[in-house]
Design a protein. Structure first.
Lengths: 176, 191
């Protein structure tokens, strides 16, 4: 691929994936400017590694893998947790403004709190499936594992989330 | 606490939603809200900054030891030097012409805005630098056909075989696949 072709492909991928990557960053960061920076850093990695990046069919999971690492490198783990808590508190508040049912508002708050208590791996796979709407095949590609392994990992993460929410809401844990 | 027909029920008679399903509904960022952001000045500037950077292999070359890159540039003969100095402005003009050609070809992508849900319908061709193909075609089609944005079926961006983008109006969200094309993910995915 010569530089002309590479630039055309890059511009097309930028148009195609900019929104999804920005949404990914905005869902996890409390600061919009930082989210834009994270997306720009992700595309910079793509530009530099365009020749070794996967074809169009596999590029979305690859880009999610890059932006996940970009965010992970931005802050130390302890600061990341604090920033995630800040973002989730904002999300709970936004949800409360639009949701009429007080029970659902209560449950949403419990789900977001439980998410923060999960380990990073479980939390990320749940968010990829629930918010980024990635299929298990795409998650498998992102984590470089088999589709079965990704499906199992997602299933276990869902069970752990459910157990934590049940504990918080005082319901018996049926998984035991 | 548990009802086999209606799922889990809390003590006060409220159905308890599945946490994962509720999480999917909480989704705080709707892609539709971000559709215009790819056309924003910040997104455009970031794109131009990135493509303005030389690829890594070039920077690797610049990291070579200085000693290897220092070679005599000009020949010793005065005649040869005169020829080289005469060639510089000619080469400069040639380079400027080539750069202008390169700029028009490479700094935009070609988008065909079709007036109907088929690649055989009349189309307007536009060159997009960093805007969303759907919003650009929406503007172009409105300018040509008139009418309000709500009176036209939803626009869908598909990847054409020549690597350019085609935008077609259709109420069917699978229109790209039906035309034998790959959809561009400029729209939010549906569950």
């Amino acid at each position: 691929m010569n530089r002309d072709e590479a630039e055309l492909r890059f511009r097309r991928l930028y148009l195609e994936h900019y929104g999804a990557l920005l949404a990914y960053a905005l869902r996890r960061l409390p600061d919009a400017a930082e989210a834009h920076d994270a997306v720009a850093d992700t595309f910079l990695v793509l530009w530099r590694r365009l020749e070794v990046a996967p074809g169009d069919d596999g590029i979305a999971p690859w880009l999610y893998g890059v932006i996940r690492r970009v965010l992970a490198n931005q802050h130390r783990a302890s600061k990341r947790r604090a920033r995630l808590a800040e973002r989730f508190a904002g999300i709970a508040a936004e949800f409360s403004e639009t949701e009429e049912s007080s029970e659902r508002r209560f449950h949403a708050r419990m789900v977001l709190q439980a998410l923060q208590e999960l380990n990073e791996r479980d939390r990320e796979i749940l968010l990829l499936a629930a918010w980024e709407r990635l299929s298990t095949a795409e998650i498998a590609e992102m984590y470089d594992c088999s589709e079965n392994a990704a499906a199992l990992r997602l299933h276990r993460a869902r069970k752990r989330l459910t157990a934590l929410v049940r504990k918080k809401t005082g319901q018996p844990d049926k998984s035991k | 606490v548990s009802d086999p027909n209606c799922g889990d029920v809390l003590g006060h008679g409220v159905k308890s939603p599945d946490p994962f399903d509720l999480l999917s509904e909480i989704n705080p960022v709707d892609l539709e809200d971000l559709a215009g952001l790819v056309s924003s000045a910040a997104a455009h500037d970031a794109l131009e900054r990135i493509v303005g950077e030389r690829p890594d292999r070039d920077s690797d070359r610049s990291r070579r030891p200085r000693r290897l890159r220092q070679r005599p540039v000009l020949p010793r003969s005065p005649m040869q030097r005169a020829l080289i100095f005469a060639a510089i402005p000619i080469a400069g003009l040639g380079f400027a012409f080539a750069a202008s050609q390169y700029q028009t070809r490479s700094s935009s992508i070609t988008v065909s805005c079709y007036s109907g849900a088929s690649l055989k319908t009349p189309a307007i061709t536009v060159h997009v630098r960093a805007g969303s193909p759907i919003s650009v075609c929406g503007r172009e089609l409105r300018a040509v056909e008139g009418g309000s944005p709500t009176s036209r079926p939803r626009l869908h961006a598909c990847l054409l075989p020549d690597n350019s983008v085609g935008v077609v109006p259709s109420p069917d969200f699978r229109i790209c696949q039906e035309l034998g094309l790959r959809p561009l993910r400029t729209e939010p995915r549906r569950g």
